[in-house]
Design a protein. Sequence first.
Length: 338
Amino acid sequence: MTRILAIESSCDETAVAITEDGKLLANVVATQISVHEKYGGVMPEIASRLHAENITVCLTEALRQAKCKLEDIDAFAVTRGPGLIGCLHVGLQAAKTLAMLYKKPLIPVHHLAGHIYANQYVGEFKYPMLCVVVSGGNTELVIMKGELDFEIIGETLDDAVGECYDKVARVLGLPYPGGLPIDQHAKLGQPVYPIHRPKMPHDTYNFSYSGIKTQVINMVNTMKMKGEVVNIDDMACSFQRVAVGMITDRAMRAAKNYGVKQIVLAGGVSANSYLRDQMQKKVKGTSIELIIPPLWCTTDNAAMIAKVAEKLYVRKVFAPLTLGVDPNWRLDEWDKFE
Ligand code: KG4
């Protein structure tokens, strides 16, 4: 029997999960959204302080849910990156302290590997597989040909799609995080505003969101200056068609070119209803299977970190207690750490 305790603190959620032979015994998430809301985005300094305040409470609650003690844990896993440096530090220090005190292995986990492996709570992976990783900090298309075998075939050249949703929401006066409000308003609107995709090579798998963001911000500000009323539903819909269209087109082209058996959606933006609908429509009638994560594992949590840690435990991928965080850790370098 193997019990793993995993910690996630890369952005604005402090999370602790405990698994026993793959079964989730505890999954605690303390979100800071209500604090960052008033700033319209995550304030890194405040986020790290809150992680420091919340981590012990989350650990205690996870142990209570799992009905076990720290002595019963076989390994301590933690998100080492990517993420906000100060935030990552809090989780890492906690995991290192526990690993040292209880003389158990320390397992360094890549945050995006976590988002991808969250889907294993839904179904088994079939390779080759395409992962559509869309979150507040990352936008990547990843091909997996086997367990923990990640090849990044496309990524954003500037902003992440989630960040773009949040900035567009802000200019429209919608609350933070902006993904869900935009998703909801878009359902009520029509794509009447001329928002264009960036001009990029037709065969690229890369993304670019800063131009789309600037188009919306400029259009809204110009309309306001002229005293025109911005229809929020229509603007959200016009923006979302373009933002999501770029993801679905590239994903389907990659899926066909790489002959994938499965596509999995991962990350906060995979909660988007239009993205989910569009992907379902596009795989219909093909042999490609689509895994859509349940909403609870689209946002940051430690259950997904524990899922990756289970694989790393079997492979004995353990880190020394001198381990440092890496805010820019690349997914294809998940086994390179120090
Ligand atoms: O995965 P996540 O928690 O962040 C990172 O780990 O980077 O994702 C948060 C992002 C935010 O930008 C939020 O606006 C977006 O996911 N999001 C959505 C939706 N729900 C959350 N974006 C579009 N549609 C949604 N329904």
